[in-house]
Design a protein around this ligand. Structure first.
Ligand SMILES: NC(=O)c1ccc[n+]([C@@H]2O[C@H](COP(=O)([O-])OP(=O)(O)OC[C@H]3O[C@@H](n4cnc5c(N)ncnc54)[C@H](OP(=O)(O)O)[C@@H]3O)[C@@H](O)[C@H]2O)c1
Length: 191
C-alpha cells in the first residue's frame, strides 16, 4: 500500500532564464553575489531542521556524477546519510552504502518508495525532473531562482511535452538575491 501522506518534491536551483547547468554541465554560475536589502536571511538552524524532514533523495546519473566530482574537489556530499537513489542504465561507482542504483520503470520505482518514505526529494537533473512531471509523479516543485542569466544550458524540465498546471504555495526572497518558489502540482494531491 502506498503511503498516502508521502510527497514527491522536485527541487533545483536555476538561472532566471530557466537553466540548471550550462550545456557542458558546468554549474560555476551558482555562486552569485547580490544583495536584496529587503530579503530574508537564510537561518542555518532552520535549513538544518528542514533538511532533516527529507527522507530520501532521487537523482539522475549525470547529477550523481556531478555530486561525485564536487566531493572529489573537497566540497562534500550534499545528501548526508539519507538514502540516495540514482537512476541509471550504466554501471556506476558506488561510493557509500546509502547510494542505490535503479534502472527500470520510473512509475513503479517511485510508487515503490512511497510506503517507505514520506518526503521524497528529486534533486535533478533536468532530464529526470522532466520525466517525473511528464509521468505525473511530482506533487511539489521547489524552484530557487538565482540572480543571473546564462543564455543557454540544460533546462529545469528537459523535454516536457505537455502543460502542467501549478498552484503557487509559497514565495521567499532572500538577502542573497535568491527567490524560492514553491508550487504544488495541480491535480497531484489535494490541489
Ligand atoms: N542547478 C541545480 O540545482 C542542479 C541540480 C541537479 C543537477 N544539476 C546539473 O544538471 C546536470 C545533469 O542534468 P541532466 O538533465 O543532464 O541529467 P540527469 O537528469 O541528472 O541524469 C539523466 C540520466 O539519468 C538516467 N535516467 C533518467 N531517467 C531514468 C530512468 N527512468 N531509468 C533509468 N535511468 C534513468 C539516465 O542515465 P544513464 O545514461 O546513466 O542510463 C539519464 O541519462 C549536471 O550538470 C548537474 O550538475 C543542477
Amino acid at each position: 500500500m502506498a503511503n498516502t501522506d508521502s510527497r514527491v518534491t522536485i527541487h533545483m536551483a536555476a538561472s532566471l532564464d530557466g537553466f540548471i547547468a550550462r550545456k557542458n554541465g558546468s554549474v560555476d554560475w551558482l555562486e552569485t553575489s547580490d544583495e536584496f536589502a529587503d530579503g530574508e536571511t537564510m537561518d542555518p538552524g532552520f535549513v538544518e531542521a528542514f533538511l532533516k524532514t527529507i527522507d530520501c533523495y532521487v537523482m539522475g546519473s549525470r547529477t550523481y556524477e556531478t555530486a561525485l566530482n564536487f566531493e572529489a574537489k573537497g566540497f562534500g556530499w550534499s545528501y548526508g546519510d539519507k538514502p540516495t537513489f540514482v537512476l541509471t542504465r550504466r554501471q556506476l561507482r558506488r561510493t557509500r552504502d546509502t547510494v542505490e542504483f535503479y534502472s527500470g520503470d520510473l512509475v513503479q520505482f517511485v510508487n515503490g518508495l512511497k510506503p517507505r518514505f514520506r518526503s521524497i526529494w528529486v534533486v535533478g537533473g533536468g532530464a529526470l525532473a522532466g520525466e517525473c512531471l511528464r509521468l505525473g509523479l511530482a506533487d511539489d516543485v521547489r524552484y530557487s531562482i538565482l540572480p543571473i542569466l546564462i543564455g543557454d544550458g540544460i533546462s529545469f524540465f528537459e523535454k516536457l511535452d505537455k502543460d502542467v498546471a501549478l498552484h503557487l504555495a509559497e514565495v521567499n526572497a532572500y538577502k542573497s538575491g535568491i527567490v524560492e518558489l514553491h508550487y504544488e502540482v495541480r491535480g497531484a494531491k489535494a490541489t
